[in-house]
Structures are given as structure tokens and as C-alpha cells.
Design a binder for this molecule. Structure first.
Ligand code: MN
Length: 267
């Protein structure tokens, strides 16, 4: 059973963004996200996971950097709707953070009903079936018992664990051990058929594209955001309207609102 997210009929545009991996070391990315949220001309922003580089429990929202991000989301949520689906980095986002930030929690997967069609939404990691060790890890950390045990530890210990895990993952990537996995096409097709949707929208892989899956089915992939990467700045906003899907820069998504150059692509 895939939960439904029904767009009110007055919505004219819904934005999708994912994989911002927000962290104190990426100030331009965080600033651009804040400017984008403040200025987007869409009626709703759907965050499709990995908004935060790490999230070790909702008490993390009191940390100085995270406090700023939460305030920016909460301010936007007073004006437009914000949906939040957790990714593999921020799967421990809970009801407390959603309430504090004014976000509507979305299950992975969810089925959006908008503009007379159904749109299947996932983060993307659950469909990367070629990576068996990751799927085993995912099953472990998504279990209620593991989460209860982890969240019962002091914040400093949880932050240290997350840091160690990120360093291990970076070391793996440097040694070339980690496979550059992608979503399993059959799993995507099966999920689309179950949802009665033709289009799957997801992030996670950081490989923006549109892939045909046969029989009129397709998946559309978001980019990650990194405006602190001077060589290859990137920050896709995928906008859904009655006209279909359109890939925008944050500047285009905020055009006409006077949000200014802070929302640009950071060149
Ligand atoms: Mn991810």
C-alpha cells in the first residue's frame, strides 16, 4: 500500500529538490537553499531526501547550523507547503523536527496526485538492489529496535558515530570498492505499476537524467546541490505544473520575486 499525497486543486506548481547534503562546510549551498525557499514561486516544495548530510536525532536541530536551516524551512512553511521524505543520510528525521519546521512527513514511497495524474516519489536508495551490503545495512538501521537503541545514546556520541560512518564511506569510495549503483529498472517498473503512475521522481544517485522504462513508464532523476563546488556548481529544481516537468535553476524558480542573485547557480 503506497500512501497518497493529494495536491489541493488550487496548486499551480510543485517543486522537487533533493540531496542538498547541507552541512556547516557548505555555506553557499545553505545560503542558496534559504534564498530559494524564501523566493520560490511554487505552491509547494517537496524535499526528496538527504537534505542534511547527517541527522542523528531531532535534538540535532538545536545545533547552530541546523537551527538556521530549520528556521529557513519554517519561515517558508508559513507561506507554502513543504513535504519531507527522508533519504539515507537523514532517515532519522522524526515528528519533532517536522513539527518544528512545519514540514509534512512523506513516506518512501509516496504517490502524489496532482494535475490529473499520479506521480510516484521515492528517495532512491531502496531501489539500488545491486548493492547487497548497503541493502543489509539499510534494513538494520531502519529497524525500530536499532533506532531506539541509537537514539537513546547521548548526542555527542551519535554525532561521533555519524562522523566515523561518513569517513568510512569516503575511504571506501576512494579505494573504488563502493559500486556506483543505480536504481533497479524492474523494481522501478513494478513500483510504478503498483502505484498506477507513469513517472517516478527520485534523487539519491546525483545523476540527473530522464530514463525510459518501457510501456510509457519513466524515471526522472534530480541533481544533488553543491554551490560550494566552484568547478561544477549544481542545484536543480524540478518543477511540476499542468505543463509537466521542467528542470529549473533556483534563480529561475524564484524569478520575479526579487529573491536576488543569492539564489543563482553560484558561478
Ligand atoms: Mn541518498
Amino acid at each position: 500500500m503506497i500512501p497518497d499525497w493529494v495536491a489541493p486543486p488550487h496548486w499551480r506548481a510543485i517543486d522537487f529538490v533533493s540531496d542538498l547534503h547541507l552541512a556547516p562546510g557548505l555555506p553557499r549551498t545553505a545560503a542558496a537553499f534559504g534564498a530559494y525557499l524564501a523566493g520560490t514561486t511554487a505552491d509547494a516544495v517537496c524535499l526528496l531526501g538527504d537534505v542534511f548530510e547527517a541527522w542523528v536525532g531531532d535534538d540535532m536541530r538545536q545545533q547552530p547550523f541546523e537551527q538556521g536551516v530549520v528556521a529557513a524551512i519554517a519561515a517558508a512553511a508559513r507561506r507554502i507547503s513543504i513535504g519531507f521524505m527522508p533519504g539515507n543520510r537523514d532517515f532519522l528525521v522524526g515528528a519533532e523536527l517536522c513539527a518544528a519546521a512545519g514540514m509534512t512527513a512523506l513516506a518512501d514511497p509516496s504517490c502524489l496526485h496532482a494535475f490529473g495524474q499520479r506521480w510516484l516519489l521515492v528517495h532512491g536508495d531502496a531501489q539500488c538492489l545491486g548493492d547487497a551490503p548497503y541493502q543489509a545495512f539499510r534494513a538494520q538501521v531502519r529497524s525500530p529496535a536499532w533506532q531506539r537503541d541509537f537514539l537513546a545514546r547521548p548526542l555527542a556520541e551519535r554525532l561521533a558515530t555519524a562522523r566515523a560512518m561518513r569517513e568510512r564511506s569516503r575511504a571506501h569510495q576512494a579505494s573504488g570498492v563502493e559500486t556506483q549503483g543505480d536504481l533497479d529498472a524492474e523494481a522501478c517498473r513494478a513500483l510504478l505499476l503498483q502505484a498506477g503512475a507513469a513517472t517516478l521522481i527520485h534523487g539519491h544517485t546525483h545523476r540527473p537524467a530522464a530514463h525510459e522504462l518501457g510501456d510509457g513508464l519513466r524515471r526522472v532523476v534530480l541533481s544533488d546541490w553543491d554551490l560550494d563546488d566552484g568547478a561544477r556548481p549544481r542545484a536543480d529544481v524540478l518543477r511540476l505544473s499542468a505543463a509537466g516537468l521542467q528542470r529549473l535553476t533556483p534563480a529561475q524558480a524564484t524569478a520575479g520575486t526579487g529573491a536576488g542573485p543569492a539564489a543563482g547557480t553560484g558561478t
